[in-house]
Design a protein around this ligand. Structure first.
Ligand code: FAD
Length: 464
């Protein structure tokens, strides 16, 4: 590229914090075509692009960014879709700062190219133009694959195999497809219309979707194997962890899973138009420091809380949430109580949460995760008045499928054990990938696992 390169990336317009805490509309508004072209023009077009190596699904980033810079948005989205079936989702929620953007050469002297924002732009441009067409499908190869779970892992396996000519059926326990993208990540960060659009794209590849179908209950894996040549398990990690402290059975005490599902999937924020209410609580404490905690805290604000606290046992530097989401939460007025550990939840005589007892923490030596270990400070207990708490400290896979599938090996936390390269499980013709294998992780890592498994299933079934 000729001429001087801007070292600072172009900001993306956002709703003002004071305005956005009163609605569930998307916070980030996206680049205009002009902003997108200008931002894309910052790309140096490296010969050996480190950004591609940082993308778990290997999107041709310089290729698509070059198309945007040239104003050929249709070619840009085509390039992205060669390897990514969920571009509007990934452009919004991927931790690009740790992946593709972390390798960008421009990042050494200034800001890396805003790859995620550009990916989002081309996906949204296509949706607005109505130009999204399913690619031509090869004839059916007479091989049938069952995909359990319709989150990012399942969607990727289904799309990749459908494009190779397989007859794919996706089984989903809930009444709507999309996994965490639908029931977990809130509307203000990932509008559900976008997830539905992306699911629709996969269905346009002739993938059959069966909703309200709980594998392990409605039908077991053994029974599915009678009808399908291969089974992929992408059932996610939907079993919430609790702190295991006194008082967790009080009213007003939620897991993040329940809180967000009530809001996102059951439209609790639109009560009484929808019939799943979410009680308005004046003071809400959210336990944890990841994306799930940020989403829960920002949801509580939008549901009308006067004060929302993130109660986290480490410090700001150790927060696992994306920096952008922490900044959004701070701008919206979420209060961060660092180095604080809840030890007891206290209720009134009607069983409703009224107070938390907490203990101060300090940071010790680094632990196995490389982060400094939080250590309790003796006799440092104090009280916080709260009407609701949301526990967002992690999730494990639901045990239903392992319990009903003899011979399926699971690890200590209930995650399905697979061969790293292929995603094969201990059961013949059964593969697994995504959060059900790794524990709670990221959308793009689930998609990367799905891609690998699709290749492995294809090899296994065509070589058989
Ligand atoms: P899931 O998305 O969990 O999908 C699994 C699906 O399987 C679900 O629909 C479930 O209902 C279905 N299922 C389960 N059991 C059965 C069964 N027995 N039969 C049939 N169907 C079944 N990641 C990011 O990259 N960026 C973010 O910003 C981000 N934010 C997040 C915010 C929240 C609130 C949460 C909860 C997670 C977030 N994540 C984020 C993590 C990311 O969403 C997950 O890592 C990803 O969705 C995992 O994909 P998956 O396909 O493995 O599982």
């Amino acid at each position: 590229m000729a001429g001087k390169v801007e070292l600072v990336r172009l900001p993306m317009p956002k709703q003002e914090p004071r305005e956005r805490v009163r609605n569930f509309d998307e916070v980030a508004l996206g680049y205009t075509a002009e902003l997108a072209r200008d931002e894309a023009s910052r790309c140096l077009g490296c010969k050996k692009p480190a950004c591609v190596a940082g993308c778990p699904v290997g999107v041709d980033i310089p290729g698509f960014v070059g198309c945007v810079a040239a104003g050929d948005f249709a070619a840009g989205i085509r390039k992205v879709k060669e390897t990514n079936a969920l571009p509007a989702v990934c452009g919004r929620v991927c931790p690009q700062e740790e992946q593709c953007e972390s390798g960008c050469l421009l990042g050494k002297k200034g800001d890396p190219v805003a790859i995620g924002r550009l990916e989002r732009f081309v996906a949204d441009w296509e949706a607005e133009e109505g130009a999204g067409e399913a690619p031509p499908l090869p004839p059916f190869n007479r091989l049938r694959v069952a995909v359990v779970g319709s989150g990012p892992a399942g969607i990727t396996v289904a799309a990749d195999l459908a494009l190779l000519g397989y007859e794919v059926t996706m089984f989903e326990a809930l009444h709507e497809a999309g996994g965490v993208l639908t029931y977990g990540i809130p509307e203000f960060r990932l509008p559900k219309a976008i997830v539905r659009r992306e699911v629709q794209y996969v269905r346009s590849l002739s993938v059959d979707l069966r909703l309200d179908f709980v594998v392990g209950k409605t039908r077991t894996i053994d029974r599915l194997q009678e009808d399908f040549d291969a089974v992929f398990v992408g059932a996610g990690a939907g079993l919430p962890w609790f702190l295991d402290i006194p008082g967790e059975n009080l009213n007003g005490v939620y897991s993040a899973n329940e809180y967000l599902t009530r809001c996102n999937l059951m439209s609790g924020f639109r009560f009484p138009a929808f019939d799943t209410p979410l009680k308005r609580s004046a003071r809400v404490a959210v336990f944890g420091g990841g994306n799930v905690a940020m989403d829960s805290a920002r949801t509580a604000l939008r549901l009308g809380a006067d004060e929302v606290h993130i109660v986290y046992r480490r410090s700001h530097d150790e927060l696992p949430a994306r920096a952008e989401e922490v900044e959004n939460a701070e701008e919206e007025g979420v209060i961060f109580d660092f180095l604080t550990l809840p030890v007891r939840l206290i209720g009134d005589d009607r069983g409703w949460l009224t107070r938390l007892e907490c203990r101060r923490m300090e940071l010790g030596e680094p632990d196995a995760s490389g982060r400094r270990r939080p250590v309790e400070v003796m006799n440092s207990e104090f009280m916080m008045d709260m009407n609701a708490s949301v526990c967002a400290i992690g999730n494990s896979p639901n045990p239903l499928i392992p319990m009903t599938t003899p011979g399926l090996e699971v690890g200590k936390r209930g995650n399905i054990v697979v061969d790293d390269e292929s995603g094969r499980t201990s059961r013949d013709r059964v593969w697994a990938g995504g959060d059900v294998v790794t524990g709670a992780a990221t959308v793009i890592s689930a998609m990367g696992a799905g891609r690998k498994v699709a290749r492995s299933i294809h090899e296994a079934l065509t070589e058989a």
